[in-house]
Design a protein around this ligand. Structure first.
Ligand code: NAP
Length: 299
């Protein structure tokens, strides 16, 4: 029986995961189809229930469902439990296991961003959703001593800080209100800026005016499609070092692939598929993802 793996999100059309995973399945002779399922929050529980069927190897979960998926699976791995967010699901018989491979992907991206410099100890994080949680967990694990989280709705950043309470007891983890003057003051004191909001995913929005960016920051935008967001262009103009979310996508995807198949991921092939999709631009990459997803892309 041909197996199925699905990406559950809302929206999913921007995703390059279909192109990357389908090429990986095909190259290893794994008879599986990667499908894109656009599901609203109201449809999430039914979608998760559906993947308990024998034909499913598992799933990816993306914006905005990573936190809401936590109570819908039967077991959480340590990282999914610690972050309170699930981006990958595997099956153990009829039981579903929630994983968080964003953490591993983020740590690879952070290492690339920092390069040969000494690992910094201070960061500003924009966003407190599922991606923001993986980022903050990765920063704590990396030994950061001060991390400030800004979120449009402050209560969500405060919930994140409470969630990490014990694991962040040795350092300063703070939630702050999204005011430009406060963001500017914090950026002046930090070394690393990470955008874990969906600003830039559609349209050409920036999170704050370009003038707030000091030079010599290390800036990571989790958004990978489009590959160069307004934030990253502003940061380059300010003299900052920048990286988009593609490397994180690749490595979270590689970890998920191994969890579903038990096989090492063909990293180079997956990377070249991502590059190919990027080269043809947003329109083309959607088409590639849809092609990879076959008829199910229309669901
Ligand atoms: P999520 O759980 O739905 O969280 C979305 C976040 O974006 C929240 O913090 C939300 O703030 C914020 N946001 C949305 N629209 C905003 C706006 N107009 N102004 C200010 N803040 C806004 O989604 P997620 O899973 O964390 O994903 C967030 C982004 O990270 C997406 O672009 C996703 O593609 C990217 N991501 C990339 C990777 C990768 O591998 N490269 C991995 C994970 C995530 P509120 O709470 O105030 O609504």
């Amino acid at each position: 029986m041909s197996k199925r793996v699905v990406l559950i999100g809302h929206p999913v059309a921007h995703s390059l995961s279909g192109a990357m995973h389908q090429a990986a399945f095909d190259s290893l002779g794994i008879d599986a189809k990667y499908e894109l399922w656009d599901r609203t929050p109201q449809q999430l529980a039914d979608a998760i229930a559906e993947i308990r069927g024998d034909e499913f190897l598992g799933a990816n979960v993306t914006i905005p469902h990573k936190e809401k998926t936590v109570p819908l699976v039967d077991r959480l791995t340590e990282e999914a439990h610690a972050t309170g967010a699930v981006n990958t699901i595997t099956r153990e018989g009829k039981r579903l296991v929630g994983h968080n491979t964003d953490v591993a992907g983020f740590r690879v991206a952070l290492d690339r961003l920092v390069g040969r410099q000494k690992m910094p100890r201070t960061a500003v994080v924009l966003g407190a959703g599922g991606g923001g949680r993986a980022v903050v967990y990765g920063l704590i694990a990396e030994g950061f001593q001060r991390v400030v989280v800004f979120n449009r709705h402050l209560h969500r950043a405060e919930a994140l800080v409470r969630h990490f309470g014990r694991s962040a007891a040795h350092m300063e983890l703070r939630a702050m209100p999204w005011h430009e003057s406060i963001i500017e003051a914090e950026l002046a004191k930090t070394k690393v800026l990470i955008n874990a909001t969906s600003i830039g995913l559609s349209g050409d929005e920036r999170p704050f005016p370009a003038e707030l960016l000091p030079p010599d920051l290390l800036v990571l935008d989790l958004v990978y499609n489009p590959p160069t967001t307004r934030l990253l262009r502003d940061a380059e103009a300010a003299g900052d070092t920048t990286l988009n979310g593609e490397l994180m996508l690749l490595h979270q995807g590689a970890a998920a692939f191994t969890l579903w198949t038990g096989k090492p991921a063909p990293l180079e092939l997956m990377q070249s598929k991502l590059e190919e999709s990027r080269a043809v631009g947003l329109e083309g990459s959607d088409a590639a993802a849809e092609a990879a997803a076959g008829a199910s892309a229309a669901e």
